[in-house]
Design a protein around this ligand. Structure first.
Ligand SMILES: Nc1ncnc2c1ncn2[C@@H]1O[C@H](COP(=O)(O)OP(=O)(O)OP(=O)(O)O)[C@@H](O)[C@H]1O
Length: 610
C-alpha cells in the first residue's frame, strides 16, 4: 500500500509559475552561458536536420540520377557522381562532428551555469540559516535542513540542466523537424504527424506511473533514512532495551514497501523503451507504405522516403525526452518550493544592525518579564531580579522551572512578550544581538565543540585572544592538565561533535573558551555538571577566581557550587519563589532549604555554617 504523505511530503502541482520565475532569476547572473547553451542545442538540431537531407540528395542525384527534391544545394554540386558523393560525405561527416561538438558544448554550458547558480543558492541557504530565529530550530528537524541545502539543491540543478534547457531545446527541435518534413513532402508529414498524439498519450501515461511511484519511493526512502539515523544515533539505548528484533521487523516492513514501490517504476521503465521502439517502427512502416504509393504516382523520390525514415526516429525522440524530463521537472519543482519556502522564512528581528549603545556598567536586570515559547503557555511569569555590576546571581529550581529560559532571553535568542531586560541600564532590544553576545562569556548545558584541534576550539569565536590568554585559561580550568594525557596536547584533534571527548572534557573546553575571552558578563549553565569531583574542585576554584569582579548568572543543580553567590533566586513554575543569599534562604526553611535537604540530607544544616 502506498504511504500517506505528510504535509511536508505532498508534492505540489507543476503550475506554480512564480517558482519557475524565481528559478530563472537564480540563473540571471549567468544568462550569457545559458543563452550560449540554448544556441548550441539549436545548432546541433539544425545539423541533425540537414544530414538526412544530404542522404536524400546523394540517393536521388547520384544513385538514381533524378533531380533531387531539395534544390538549394544544386548549384554547388558537381555533375560527376564520384566528386559529388565525396563532397556530400565530407559535409555529412562535418555535420556529425559539428553536431557532436555543439551537443557537448550545450551540455557543458548548461551544467556549468547550473552548478554556479546552485553554489550561489547553497551560499544563500547557509547564510539564511544563520539569520533565522532560534525558535525556528525548535520546530525544524536538522535532517530536513540538511536535505534542503544538499539533495533539494541538487534536484534544482537537474531542473536546469535536464529540465528547463532540455525541454526548451527539445520543443524547438520538434518544431524544426516538422518544418523540414513539411518542406520535403506534405503527405508523408501528415503520416508522421498522425503518430504524434498516440505517442504523446503513451509517453504521458508511462510517465505518470513512473513519476507517481518515484515520488512515493522518495517519501519511503526518506523514512528509511531517518529510521536508520535514529537507530544508529541511539544504538546503545536500542541494545539496552533489547529492541533489535522489533526494530528490524519495522525496518523490513519499510524496506519491503520501498521495494514494492521501486518495482512499479522499474517495470514501467522496462516497458517504456520497447513500446517506444515498436511505435517508431510502426510509424516507419506506415511511411514506407505511403511512400511506396506516392512513389508509384511519381509524387516523390526514394531519397525523400529515406530522409523521412530518419526523421521518424529524430522527430519522436524529443517528445519522448520531454516526457522523461517532465518527471524531473515535477520533482525538482517540489524541491524548489521547499528551498524557496525556507528562504522565505522571516528572518530574526533580533539580528537588527545599528550602532551598539555604550553600556555604563555591567548590571543585569529583569523587570517584570513574561515569556511563553508558544501561545499563552507562560514559562516565565512576572520575573524580576537585579544583578549588580560585579556580583553573582545563582538560579536554582526544579527541572523545567525556567532557568535556562532566563539565559535564552538574556542572550536574545528569544524576546519576552512582556517586561524589559536591561544590561548596563540599557534595554537589550536596543543592543544589536551580536554586540550583546560579545559582552558575555557563556558556558551552556549542551557544550558545543567542533572538528579541529582543542586549540581551535578554544579560539572559536575569539575576539583577538592572544596565545598566552588561551593558554592561561586552559591552565586555570585544568584543561591543560587533561590535554597532557593526549599525545598531542592542545593540538589533539577533536572529532565531529567531540565524539572522542568525554562530556567533562568538553565542559572544560567550554569553560576555558569562556575564560579566554575575559568578558565582564558571565553565564554559567551547569558548568561543572559532568566533571569528576577532583576536576570539579579545581574548576570550582577557577570559577570562583574567574567570577571575581564580573557580573555573573550561574545555573546549577548541585547547590554546593553556588554557596558563595551574592544572591540566589529559586524558580518555581516560572515564578521567582524565593530570593536571598544561601544563609538567608536556609534560615527561611522554604523551597531552597528543601532542595538542600533533598541533595545533602543532614549535611544541609552544616551548609548553613558556611
Ligand atoms: N524551545 C522550546 N520550545 C518550547 N518549550 C520549551 C523550549 N525550551 C524549553 N521549553 C519548556 O520550557 C520549560 C522551561 O524549560 P527550561 O529549559 O528553561 O527549564 P530549566 O529550569 O532550565 O530545566 P533544567 O533544569 O532541566 O535544565 C520546560 O517546560 C520546557 O519544556
Amino acid at each position: 500500500m502506498l504511504p500517506t504523505a505528510s504535509v511536508d511530503e505532498v508534492p505540489p502541482r507543476l503550475d506554480d509559475w512564480s517558482v519557475l520565475t524565481r528559478l530563472l532569476g537564480l540563473l540571471s547572473p549567468y544568462w550569457g552561458e545559458v543563452a550560449a547553451s540554448v544556441l548550441c542545442a539549436l545548432f546541433a538540431t539544425a545539423l541533425q536536420i540537414i544530414n538526412p537531407l544530404l542522404l536524400s540528395i546523394a540517393i536521388d542525384k547520384y544513385f538514381l540520377h533524378h533531380e533531387p527534391a531539395i534544390d538549394w544545394l544544386r548549384i554547388w554540386l558537381p555533375q560527376d557522381a564520384q566528386r559529388g558523393l565525396l563532397l556530400l560525405s565530407v559535409l555529412f561527416f562535418a555535420g556529425v562532428v559539428l553536431s557532436f561538438l555543439f551537443q557537448s558544448l550545450h551540455a557543458y554550458l548548461a551544467q556549468s551555469s547550473g552548478q554556479k547558480a546552485m553554489a550561489d543558492l547553497r551560499h544563500r541557504i547557509f547564510t539564511h540559516l544563520h539569520r533565522l530565529p532560534v525558535a525556528f530550530y525548535d520546530v525544524t528537524p536538522v535532517g530536513r535542513l540538511v536535505t534542503r541545502a544538499t539533495t533539494d539543491v541538487e534536484a534544482l540543478n537537474d531542473l536546469y540542466t535536464n529540465g528547463i534547457v532540455s525541454v526548451l531545446a527539445n520543443s524547438v527541435m520538434t518544431l524544426c523537424f516538422l518544418a523540414a518534413a513539411l518542406h520535403l513532402n506534405s503527405h508523408l508529414s501528415i503520416v508522421l504527424l498522425a503518430f504524434l498524439p498516440l505517442f504523446t498519450i503513451m509517453t504521458l501515461c508511462f510517465r505518470r506511473i513512473i513519476t507517481r511511484s518515484q515520488q512515493y519511493g522518495r517519501i519511503l526512502l526518506a523514512r528509511i533514512n531517518s529510521f536508520i539515523a535514529e537507530n544508529v544515533g541511539g544504538i546503545d539505548v536500542v541494545h539496552l532495551f533489547n529492541r533489535q528484533k522489533p526494530h528490524l521487523e519495522r525496518f523490513d516492513e519499510m524496506n519491503s514497501a520501498y521495494n514494492t514501490t521501486s518495482m512499479q517504476w522499474v517495470t514501467a521503465n522496462a516497458w517504456f523503451m520497447p513500446v517506444v521502439e515498436i511505435l517508431g517502427t510502426i510509424s516507419q512502416a506506415a511511411l514506407l507504405f505511403m511512400g511506396a504509393w506516392l512513389l508509384q504516382d511519381g509524387q516523390l523520390s526514394i531519397g525523400v522516403i529515406v530522409a523521412f525514415l530518419q526523421y521518424a526516429t529524430l522527430f519522436l525522440r524529443p517528445i519522448q525526452e520531454i516526457g522523461e524530463r517532465y518527471g524531473v521537472l515535477q520533482s525538482s519543482v517540489v524541491s524548489a518550493e521547499k528551498v524557496f519556502g525556507l528562504l522565505d522564512m522571516p528572518l530574526s528581528r533580533l539580528q537588527d544592525g545599528g550602532a551598539s549603545p555604550a553600556l555604563a556598567h555591567a548590571e543585569i536586570e529583569f523587570d517584570h518579564v513574561w515569556f511563553a515559547y508558544k501561545g499563552d503557555e507562560w514559562i516565565l511569569q512576572d520575573v524580576s531580579f537585579k544583578v549588580a555590576s560585579g556580583e553573582s546571581l545563582a538560579i536554582v529550581g526544579h527541572t523545567g522551572a525556567g532557568k535556562t529560559t532566563i539565559v535564552n532571553l538574556l542572550l536574545r535568542f528569544y524576546e519576552p512578550q512582556r517586561g524589559v531586560i536591561r544590561v548596563g541600564g540599557v534595554d537589550i532590544r536596543s543592543i544589536p544581538a551580536s554586540s550583546l553576545r560579545n559582552r558575555f562569556g557563556v558556558v551552556l548545558q549542551d557544550t558545543y565543540v567542533r572538528e579541529g584541534s582543542i586549540l581551535d576550539n578554544l579560539r572559536f569565536g575569539a575576539l583577538g585572544d592572544t596565545e598566552a590568554q588561551v593558554h592561561r585559561a586552559a591552565e586555570k580550568t585544568g584543561l591543560l592538565m587533561m590535554a597532557d594525557h593526549f599525545s598531542e596536547g592542545l593540538h589533539t584533534q577533536v572529532h565531529e561533535r567531540g565524539d572522542n571527548l568525554s562530556s567533562g572534557q568538553k565542559q572544560l573546553i567550554a569553560m576555558a573558551r569562556a575564560m579566554a575571552r575575559d568578558p565582564d558578563l558571565l553565564i554559567l549553565d551547569e558548568a561543572t555538571a559532568n566533571v569528576d569531583s577532583e576536576t570539579e574542585e579545581r574548576m570550582q576554584k577557577a570559577v570562583e577566581m574567574f567570577l571575581r569582579g564580573r557580573t555573573s548568572v550561574i545555573i546549577a543543580h548541585r547547590l554546593a557550587t553556588i554557596l558563595h553567590a551574592d544572591n540566589i533566586i529559586v524558580m518555581h513554575k516560572g515564578r521567582v519563589a524565593e530570593s536571598g543569599n544561601h544563609r538567608a534562604l536556609i534560615h527561611a526553611r522554604g523551597l531552597y532549604w528543601r532542595l538542600c535537604q533533598l541533595q545533602y540530607g543532614e549535611v544541609a544544616t552544616d551548609l548553613v555554617r558556611r
